[in-house]
Write a protein that binds this ligand. Structure first.
Ligand code: FAD
Length: 404
């Protein structure tokens, strides 16, 4: 029998339960990764989910994974299409479970057709399902965070170092390779190795002041780990484990705690996405708030191009367009502006982010967009005062000047 590891958003060898399970058997092992066809075609809002920057990052991540797997004698195959059209259903199937609605639909299709042995593992979240101490998730993050901090324990980290140089995969999609913009706050490559390097560099210094710098726009102002988490080049358990080791060696402070705090935000949105399923994508959000959204093509096109005439918003949008990156502060501001000031359907903004962001993650993106639009996990329905945000976070205009 052959063992198939079906890779999805878990592009690593470290802390990877399907791989460890595969290695327990004597069989031949193969790794397979499938790009969905719908990720490459335009969605109902005219955006292509897998834009060129994320494709490039994915390609780099898969090359890195292929190198690590080759060192273990495991080939990696990359396809466009559906696993059922390619795989032998009588083999042993191992995979890490997904969170997103479409991803889970595909998993169900595969699992119900599968004839051989199969086993699915958690691993995208910091905590396994049984450690989330709620029948139904609380509506607000704070309640979730407090309970998780008190009661939840992550599963054991399974260490495995990635050996072997990146090995180019037969990447089945042509895309335009982008040059690195020297202004980019995300000047990193994809892959487990690059993710581990970034984690080490960040924990060696910048993390000590994270709480003070995290609203800034520079490379080390925040961890820049999101893209590695999004495609699973890093496991959240690896980040927590290395963060705790850092705290044991150097002492904890408010900033080291705050990195964990933000990982809990990620965790919250993951579990919300899992619980809400398709409801997450409704115009009225998970709260069924009746709001009327506009769809003005010109207005949307100007927002996307960074040509609204509001400098702070335009600078962030141009940063996104040129680099595939935007800081958390920027994302909050442009999303609030899109939904609250322009009154446009927040799902179109979210869809644009999906096609542009290197670190796109369905749960974090949709959850944060709904939150900013006032239809998500926030009872206050706040509105950002853009002028005040600009005075606070870009008082000298340095950020705006570099992008406008
Ligand atoms: P850090 O500040 O260093 O935080 C550490 C980690 O905590 C991040 O890597 C991330 O995994 C998690 N985190 C931090 N803030 C949040 C948050 N608000 N929600 C969920 N997780 C968080 N994040 C994504 O990973 N993918 C997305 O597609 C995405 N879309 C977003 C859309 C909008 C409108 C907004 C407001 C936020 C979005 N975020 C998204 C959350 C957040 O902006 C990014 O995770 C963060 O900016 C990534 O930078 P970092 O890794 O340096 O974060």
């Amino acid at each position: 029998m052959k063992t198939i590891i079906w890779y999805q958003n878990d592009l690593r060898v470290d802390d990877h339960r399907p791989l460890e399970e595969a290695l327990r058997h004597e069989d031949t092992i193969e790794g397979h990764y499938f790009i969905r066809e719908d990720e490459l075609s335009e969605n109902r809002f005219g955006h292509t989910s897998l834009g060129p920057r994320r494709l490039q990052f994915l390609n780099e991540s898969l090359d890195d994974l292929a190198g690590s797997l080759t060192a273990l004698g495991i080939p990696l195959f990359v396809h466009v299409g559906h696993p059922l059209d390619v795989l032998d259903l009588t083999d042993r199937l191992l995979f890490q479970r997904s969170i997103g609605y479409n991803e889970r639909l595909r998993e169900q299709e595969v699992v119900s057709a599968w004839q051989g042995e199969r086993q699915a593992f958690d691993g995208f979240t910091l905590y396994p399902r049984e450690e989330v101490p709620f029948e139904k998730l609380p509506f607000l993050f704070t309640e979730f965070r407090k309970a998780m901090e008190q009661k939840a324990r992550p599963e054991r980290l399974i260490e495995r170092s990635s050996e072997g140089l990146p090995c180019p995969v037969n990447f089945p999609v042509a895309y335009e390779r982008k040059q690195l913009d020297e202004r980019s706050a995300f000047p990193f490559k994809g892959g487990e190795l690059a993710g581990r390097e970034r984690l080490a560099v960040y924990l060696a210094g910048p993390v000590r002041t994270y709480k003070e710098t995290r609203n800034g726009f520079g490379v080390d102002d925040s961890s820049k780990l999101s893209a590695y988490l999004a495609n699973g080049s890093l496991s959240p358990r690896r980040i927590l484990s290395d963060l705790e080791a850092h705290e044991r060696g150097n002492g904890s402070n408010e900033s080291t705690y705050w990195l964990y705090f933000e990982l809990l935000w990620r965790e919250f949105f993951q579990w919300v996405a899992l619980e809400q399923g398709k409801r997450l994508f409704r115009a009225q959000g998970i709260r069924s708030k009746s709001k009327t959204w506009r769809v003005d093509e010109d207005v949307i096109a100007r927002w996307q191009a960074g040509e609204t005439g509001v400098d702070f918003v335009d600078a962030f949008m141009r940063e996104l367009n040129e680099t595939g990156w935007m800081s958390n502060r920027g994302r909050q501001i442009v999303a609030s502006y899109f939904a609250k000031e322009l009154g446009q359907d927040w799902r179109i903004g979210a869809s644009y982010f999906e096609s542009m962001l290197i670190d796109y993650d369905v749960a974090s993106n949709t959850g944060n967009w709904a939150y900013q639009a006032g239809v998500g996990n926030d009872s206050r329905d706040r509105r950002f005062n853009i002028a005040r945000q600009q005075d606070t976070y870009d008082p000298t205009g340095a950020f705006r000047n570099s992008w406008l």
